[in-house]
Design a protein around this ligand. Structure first.
Ligand SMILES: CC(C)(COP(=O)(O)OP(=O)(O)OC[C@H]1O[C@@H](n2cnc3c(N)ncnc32)[C@H](O)[C@@H]1OP(=O)(O)O)[C@@H](O)C(=O)NCCC(=O)NCCS
Length: 155
């Protein structure tokens, strides 16, 4: 699949079906479906589409404050046929733009090499770890300072 341009917008309830369609976990797990529905209802879910005449959903990301009341990205998902084409970067970049405050946190399992690679590529740095959430697969916490804060720290 070619993805020439990624368009980002806030997801609305009629996007729910297309997000579930491209997310293999949502197709089999009602908790993921409920999470998507709740994020859309709370205006916390951003959808990525390609620029075709009939736009195809290529991914989504969620931004909330469920992590110690900090800006937090609990989930980024890219359609499997659209991966390694910059969609993940586009989603994280949009969530950074949307987030108010100086810090943006996210987390991923240590075993998730694609997400760890994406986070490092986007300038996140590791900011701790939590054992015993998933057996034998440490949860790694990542954080990125907002652009203004990075400029202030560098000055
Ligand atoms: C993680 C995920 C969102 C990455 O999305 P993506 O659109 O493929 O990422 P991008 O194309 O923007 O990749 C940007 C960079 O991230 C890194 N990266 C992405 N996928 C990678 C992989 N499979 N292995 C190693 N590095 C990877 C690379 O540095 C890549 O740059 P490059 O392609 O120029 O080498 C995607 O693999 C996904 O949806 N995974 C399933 C859901 C998931 O695990 N989400 C994270 C938990 S919240």
């Amino acid at each position: 699949m070619k993805v020439h341009q990624v368009n980002m917008r806030l997801a609305v309830s009629c996007d729910t079906g297309s997000l579930i369609e491209m997310d293999s976990i949502a197709q089999r797990d009602s908790r993921r479906r409920a999470f998507i529905e709740s994020a859309i209802a709370g205006a916390q879910c951003w959808i990525a589409t390609d620029s075709d005449d009939v736009p195809l959903t290529v991914g989504y990301g969620v931004l909330n404050r469920t992590f110690f009341a900090q800006n937090f990205v609990p989930l980024v998902v890219v359609r499997d046929t659209a991966r390694r084409r910059g969609v993940g970067i586009a989603i994280l970049s949009e969530l950074e733009t949307q987030c108010r405050g100086t810090k943006l946190f996210t987390s991923t399992n240590a075993s998730n090499a694609p997400m760890r690679g994406l986070l490092l590529r986007c300038g996140f740095r590791q900011s701790g770890r939590i054992d015993n959430l998933d057996d034998g697969d440490t949860e790694l916490i990542f954080m990125k300072l907002a652009t203004a804060q990075r400029a202030h720290d560098a000055a």
